[in-house]
Design a protein around this ligand. Structure first.
Ligand SMILES: Cc1ncc(COP(=O)(O)O)c(C=O)c1O
Length: 390
């Protein structure tokens, strides 16, 4: 019933991802080459046909849709009064930075991490302080150095931390125990913790992710959680996110920042699109996860067999694959641009994510299997050519 195999031409459709040369294959920015679930498109069509598009705000049915989705999918039930609608996760992060920290403060992140976090911090006059994730080259897994994290949270100028769970770009789901530890440290050092959970529905194998708001009440009084249908349902252009803040004082503080003067009104499809996604498109997401899992396995198997110089970092979530190219280069930006120029394959250079990203490439695998095969063959050719050119 759902089509995850057809290649839908997206060139010349204003797509950022596909604004590339005719021979190029874009596997970089995080949107998917799959058509949005028909249930969501139907709801959007109905809205368009209604024909009047004034100012809008969400009501009980919107919040109930979010509550039911998290209850059914993740066995976690946020309270209605904790939530409000925002026009996107990144705008919410930037607005929260302005509301809960001061110019000159440190905002802590865990590099390598989603590059736009840096913009939200630096463009608001705050400093980025990273407690880098630690990479073990033997098992190719990352972990948190909790001693380093605590040292940095304890710095007087550190007033906010931005967590990414599951973590983009490494595809890791943080465990409940790790989340509790992070929380306890943030509480101890009076740091507001923002948890970006935009990839939370895209755990394709292993244990599910733990929504931060499902932790005990006393642990979540300093927490801002951002969830969104954007990645899950491939509706980035919807500009809809739900912000969940259990503590009323913090909620009022952040919500004021997100008021219409700052982030604008929701667009005409945000409310009906989100409700339809959460109430009607669950099956589509369940199928999607199977395709992501199959594509992930294809990438792992192909690289093992055909590109022995690279290793795919083991992951359980997101449709972004983090590929260790440290045996080939210390400068993944250079490798990325070489591969693009020689083969047309456009992946993301790990350098933009900070930390040890200069040893990695990030590949978006939310595309039909035929495109994954094409991308992998180009990756193999590009890497072979780069070795020959040395
Ligand atoms: C971790 C993370 N947060 C936020 C976003 C973007 O969110 P939005 O489009 O709602 O601003 C992305 C997009 O890739 C992401 O990976």
């Amino acid at each position: 019933m759902y089509d995850f195999t057809s290649m839908i031409p997206r060139r010349n459709t204003d797509s950022v991802k596909w604004d590339v040369k005719p021979n190029e294959l874009p596997m970089w920015v995080a949107d998917m080459d799959f058509k949005v679930a028909p249930e969501i498109r139907d709801a959007m069509r109905q809205k368009i046909d209604f024909g009047i598009f004034g100012y809008e705000e969400p009501h009980d049915d919107y919040f109930q849709a979010v509550i039911d989705w998290y209850t059914k999918e993740h066995h976690a039930t946020p309270k209605k009064e904790w939530m409000f609608l925002s026009t996107g996760v990144v705008p919410t992060i930037s607005s929260s930075v302005r509301r809960v920290s001061n110019v000159g403060d440190n905002v802590l992140v865990q590099a390598p991490v989603y590059n736009i976090f840096y913009n939200s911090i630096v463009n608001n006059g705050r400093h980025v302080l990273s407690s880098d994730l630690v990479y073990d080259p033997n098992n190719h897994q990352y972990h948190i150095d909790f001693a380093d994290l605590e040292r940095k949270l304890a710095e007087p100028l550190t007033t906010m931390m931005i967590l990414c769970n599951p973590h983009n770009p490494i595809g890791k789901v943080w465990s409940r125990d790790e989340l509790i530890k992070i929380n306890q440290l943030c509480i101890k050092h009076s740091v507001t913790l923002l948890s970006d959970e935009i990839h939370g529905d895209l755990v394709f194998q292993g244990d599910d992710y733990t929504p931060m708001f499902s932790l005990p009440d006393d642990l979540i009084q300093n927490v801002i959680v951002c969830v969104s249908p954007s990645k899950t349902f491939n509706v980035a252009a919807l500009h809809a996110a739900t912000v969940i803040i259990p503590n009323q004082v913090l909620r009022d503080k952040v919500n004021r920042g997100i008021n219409t003067d700052e982030l604008g009104e929701p667009n005409l499809l945000a409310i009906p699109g989100t409700i339809a996604a959460y109430t009607k498109a669950g099956q589509w997401v369940h199928k999607l996860r199977q395709h992501i899992r199959a594509n992930y396995q294809t990438v792992v198997d192909f690289c093992q067999k055909n590109i022995p110089d690279v290793t795919v970092v083991p992951s359980t979530a997101t449709y972004l694959v983090w590929i260790d190219v440290s045996q080939l280069t210390d400068d993944s930006a250079k490798l990325e641009s070489f591969i693009r120029s020689q083969t047309g394959l456009y992946v993301s250079a790990g350098t933009v994510y900070g930390g040890d990203g200069n040893h990695f490439l990030r590949m978006n695998i939310a595309s039909p299997a035929s495109m994954i095969d094409d991308g992998l063959n180009r990756l193999k050719n590009g890497i072979e050519q780069s070795k020959q050119s040395k």
